[in-house]
Design a protein around this ligand. Sequence first.
Ligand code: XMP
Length: 613
Amino acid sequence: GVQDCHLFWGCIVGHDSIAIVDFGGMFAHLFATKVRRLKVLAEIRQPDDPVEAFQGFKGVILAGGTGESQGFNKAIFVLDVPILGCGFGHLEMARFYGGSVGPSTLSWGHSDLKIVADHPLVDGFVGPVWSSQQDVVTSVGPEFAKLAATVCKNGDLLPFTAVASDKLRRYGVQFHPEVDDTVDGDKLIANFVLAICGCKPSWTMETYLEQQIAAIRQQVGDQSVFLLASGGVDSTVAAVLLRRALGPDRLHLLHVDNGMMRKNESANVLDMFRRFDMDHNLHFVDATDTFLTALGDEVEPEKKRKIIGNTFISEFERIAKELGIERHLLGQGTIYPDTVETGANKGAQTIKTHHNRVPVIDQMIAQGRVVEPLADLYKIEVRELGELLGIDRELLWRHPFPGPGLGVRLLCSDGKVDVNEIAAIQQEVDRFIAKKGTVNMQFLALPIKSVGVKGDRRSYEHPVMISGGANWDEVANLADELLKTVPGVNRCIWNLGSHAPKSVELLPATMTRARLDLLREADHIVMDGLRRHGLYDDIWQCPTALVPVKIDNAGQELCIVRPIHSERAMTATAASLPPALLKELADKILALPGISGLTLDLTSKPPGTIEWE
Ligand code: XMP
């Protein structure tokens, strides 16, 4: 069944596929999406995976990364399939086959390319290209031919920008074909995947759907599936798919109100299931008290996540027993990035514990008791599958909403502040401003911490609140620079209030119903504003968060609005909102009782994450 496939490193049978080795950064996922767009399945592998993990693939891509390759298992070079090294992967491969690597005078970013030999890899490929390496390949082993050189600013040529050995079936490019800045990058990827590896483009949504239906039937046998249905895109698509595979009677849906849903969300979700004829065997439980009791005084983000994840499972088990649903499997709408970001990939540090990946669930997965028919798909593919299943567009294009809900948007604190740490950060910030000479703006390091991501690592650092500034672009650019320069800061937020704060104070705060209600109101104002201004579809997601910070001795919650653009949530850029909408939000949200201020998050991911936790 599907489960076995994953346990035994198998690829989805019946399709040619490519393994992509993840050396960090977001490059591997970009590659996977681009390969999949060619209708060839791609799966992520880790540098230290054993050779067996690469069996069955028709080719391997060593994706460029952050320049660390701890435990890279070079045994994979015994594989008799084409291997393409990109960026960092290019360096590793050159070294392995007797070449050398050295520092380059080339600054990273864009450069022009000169093709010096005909080869299927660079057929129709022109450039310019984008690269991120400080080092470059300075010589290659005797079997390798030079295919392309980089044209330096002074006209010099860097000769080993693209190399190939058809005898060894090894290929390398210094740049990143998977990023959009490499014009024609898709062409080079297609050349490798289709022409060199000989993959047949058979991985279409139609065949995926057929295979998943068969796999679900095989795994579930004569048992039934109990699916946690949040009303979000993923679990809804999973529900429709499971129903298609199992028929109406062997699928039970459970919607849990964990007390951390949006305003009226549970009622709306139940109503939506009814409207779309999905209310057969639909169960509902308001478990607000259970969740809030379990969370108690916990303030630490990762612990909050674990408690929420575990409570979902205990509620689920309790209801299953109550309903007499025996011999059921747990259904989940887990998608591919959820399995990777949790660090299911060995070696990588846990960035966050996805609510679908707490240890109890891992145990159940090992026992084959979890059905996750979307676990191979990226969000965009889930939406595509949903369309194929005839699910309403309105439902498929809802903004993603995390399983732990407002639980990752309502920040808690024990109220303790490391005064020295804040002072040190503020000093660095002041030094930065002094250099910039921005006198009409205030930059203030806040005492609260939020989660972010740097390289492969989770960060837990302070935001800087910026007051003043003429317009979004000016402030966002400064914020960007500040984040690159000042250590200990992982976010910049822009004050939408009328004046710069004179004092800020961190308050102790936990997950309470009253705070959640306040956040629900603020979130409702934001979502309603986006819809009325016709921006809902342009913005990928727009979390609203509260942090327990008093400003100028007033209020106790600072509100943060975080509109972003993204494609697959692995990376994101901050989006601007029109001044008219910002004014509206300020008028309404600042009027809510207890709100101390309103800000707009200007941070991209990385270094911020989408949620604040
Ligand atoms: P971050 O905050 O890591 O979020 O940049 C990336 C995307 O994932 C969503 N998210 C979750 N979704 N369960 C979910 O179903 C979770 O535990 C979870 N945590 C984050 C987040 O909303 C964003 O779209």
